[in-house]
Design a binder for this molecule. Structure first.
Ligand code: NDP
Ligand code: OXD
Length: 312
């Protein structure tokens, strides 16, 4: 079997090296300098394949994505219609995402933004009320692989947590589940910090909107660590101006890197991070890709199958 590896972020070659070590029996070619005969390639491991990447890959059966979110790959104009897509599931990202979200939730609950402002003004702000974690309710949009791991970490830190999903599911103890459109309407009015961990699909595009912000508890905090396309950026600014929201921690943006002139950089109520909430770790990612390559060879069970019709 011949496999083509494409990951521009792998600047030191450590991912490719790990993949070759994990699959010594396979022929692994590096894109773009080792592509060779394109019709010999049966599988590809990709990060963000360029526009002409799939040209001539006529025998491609499986595409392994080095990311959790498949939105960009699914919108690739050259994506072969019949190849199976496999994404990363956790692969070590869950722990990193849980740290990121926990930081944001603590920031909101302990009112560190207000305290920092008071500190800059040399104000001894004992009047800033700080509720206990048990009274700060966190709502997560999504109840998938990452949302569940994040929710567990928040529960372990004393927060009441609710997760929202498309389908009914059994969630770990202490996490309340809400399902579908009606479930979202029921969940939002109780939420102090809202976390977005949804895949970007037609149904979830623009979900973080004025309509949704208006349903949250007044003064709620927003954490978006999923995709920039989930957020209506002008609606966020309007909700902050109106006091409907008190702040936001944003890791993802409609345009990345966030353009220099973007107003979010200058807004003290918004914390911008450069899409690093949970980068794909080398060891966990390669372990998962290699396990799938082996499973394909022996007809075993695959993990991370992307359902093209659902969009995730
Ligand atoms: P999963 O596919 O495991 O989970 C997605 C969840 O979203 C599921 O619970 C699903 O519901 C729910 N969902 C999807 N569509 C809808 C809808 N229309 N209404 C309600 N719920 C919906 O994804 P992961 O947890 O692995 O990853 C989530 C996202 O996190 C990725 O798609 C990516 O965009 C982002 N991400 C960001 C990173 C960063 O560094 N910032 C790093 C890694 C991922 P159901 O369970 O019913 O299917
Ligand atoms: C991912 C990401 O989807 O890093 O894995 O955003």
């Amino acid at each position: 079997m011949t496999l083509l590896f494409q990951c521009e972020g792998d600047t030191d070659g450590s991912m490719l090296q790990a993949l070759r070590a994990a699959l010594p029996e396979q022929q692994i070619r590096r894109w773009p300098d080792e592509v060779g005969r394109r019709d010999e390639i049966e599988q590809a491991v990709v990060w963000m394949p360029p526009e002409d990447f799939f040209d001539g890959l006529t025998h491609l059966t499986h595409i392994h994505l080095l990311a959790a979110g498949a939105d960009q790959l699914l919108s690739h104009p050259g994506l072969p219609p019949s190849a199976s897509l496999l994404r990363l599931e956790d692969a070590g990202m869950g722990d990193r995402m849980a740290e990121y979200v926990l930081y944001g939730v603590l920031h909101a609950q302990r009112r560190f933004g207000d305290l920092a402002e008071a500190s800059r003004a040399r104000r001894w702000a004992r009047d800033i009320a700080v509720p206990p974690a048990t009274e700060h309710r966190v709502g997560i949009l999504g109840a998938g692989v990452l949302a569940t791991l994040v929710a567990r970490r928040l529960v372990a830190n004393g927060y009441p947590v609710a997760c929202w999903s498309r389908s009914e599911k059994s969630l770990p103890d202490g996490i309340r589940g809400y399902v579908g459109k009606q479930g979202l309407v029921s969940m939002l009015p109780h939420i102090d910090t809202l976390v977005c961990l949804l895949p970007l699909t037609e149904a979830t595009h623009g979900i973080l909107s004025a309509e949704l912000f208006a349903k949250l508890r007044p003064g709620a905090y927003l954490i978006n660590c999923a995709r920039g396309g989930h957020l209506c950026e002008t609606d966020l600014t309007a909700a902050l101006d109106a006091g409907q929201l008190t702040g936001a921690l944003l890791d993802v943006f409609q345009r990345e890197p966030l353009p220099q002139a973007h107003p979010f950089w200058q807004d003290p109520r918004i914390t911008v991070t450069p899409h690093l909430a949970a980068p794909s770790p080398v060891a966990g990612s390669i372990e998962q890709v290699a396990a799938n390559v082996r499973a394909i060879a022996c007809g075993g069970e695959l993990s991370g199958i992307v359902d093209r019709s659902r969009g995730y």
